[in-house]
Ligand binder design. Structure first.
Ligand code: HEC
Length: 232
């Protein structure tokens, strides 16, 4: 009783400390609750919950109540590749062959990256020299693709290559989801060096051993070691 009287009649320094302590204790106990979903008191709630609408949330400002919007017609988002204007048709293929050009500079950095990517995405079918004798062909698991430097493909324009790598063609699948447009162009740059190698490889009669022998004969030692190192 004496404590109470003292507390309210005369605020001594000791009493102030008692008071603050009691106040703190009550506040602490009061602020506890059983509901784990209640955040309690938030200092500056805007810091935790921004005023903007989150993606995929509903939005009263639009008629369809969706926050996610399509890009405005005729615009391209920043840092996004240009849309590919050639349709997945024979006409699109022919037109790409006539018009579509590699926008990247043909320098040694792009070429080296193209070779690296070729070793990851294409070599198992097309072979280290693009002669259509990759490992899965040699294994007898896949029919041989035509040689890049053979009569059928040696003059194939880069636009057609880009179209094929983008959409796929017959047994070759689309690589659009694995490779960005720039990556596709870098690989094509490398494929063009293989187009110039010349000479068809007879892959029609390819038992595993025969093709291995062809590859060992035709592949320069450097490429062989590189391919082996990559496989590890
Ligand atoms: C699963 C095996 C496979 C893979 C992987 C593969 N190709 Fe092919 N590729 C083929 C076959 C089969 C053809 C022949 C398609 C046809 O004309 O019927 C072909 C054809 C091509 C052609 C000729 C296209 C044309 O217009 O006639 C090019 C260029 C080519 N591939 C490049 C690539 C590149 C670059 C990669 C790697 C990004 C790649 N391929 C990955 C199997 C493959």
């Amino acid at each position: 009783m004496k404590f109470r009287i003292n507390l309210f009649r005369k605020m001594t320094k000791t009493n102030l400390i008692y008071f603050l302590f009691a106040f703190g204790l009550v506040t602490m106990i009061w602020s506890c609750n059983d509901d784990p979903k209640l955040p309690g008191y938030e200092y500056m709630p805007d810091m935790y919950r921004g005023a903007s609408y989150k993606q995929n949330s509903s939005n009263p400002n639009f008629k369809d109540s969706m926050t996610n919007r399509n890009p405005v017609a005729g615009t391209i988002a920043r840092n996004q590749p240009f849309p590919f204007p050639y349709p997945h048709t024979n006409e699109g293929y022919e037109l790409a062959g006539k018009e579509l050009m590699n926008p990247l500079p043909k320098d040694s950095i792009n070429m080296a990256e193209g070779q690296r990517l070729f070793g990851i995405f294409c070599i198992h079918c097309h072979g280290p020299e693009g002669k259509g004798n990759g490992t899965i062909v040699a294994n007898g698991k896949f029919p041989p693709p035509p040689s890049y430097s053979g009569s059928q493909l040696k003059d194939l324009p880069e636009g057609k290559m880009f179209w094929t790598v983008t959409y796929g063609k017959n047994l070759m699948g689309s690589h659009a989801s694995q490779l960005t447009q720039d990556e596709r162009w870098k690989i094509i740059m490398y494929v063009q060096t293989l187009q110039k190698l010349g000479g068809d490889v007879k892959t029609t009669d390819s038992t595993a051993t025969k093709t291995d022998k062809v590859m060992a004969d035709k592949t320069p030692a450097k490429t062989t070691t590189k391919t082996k190192a990559k496989g590890k």
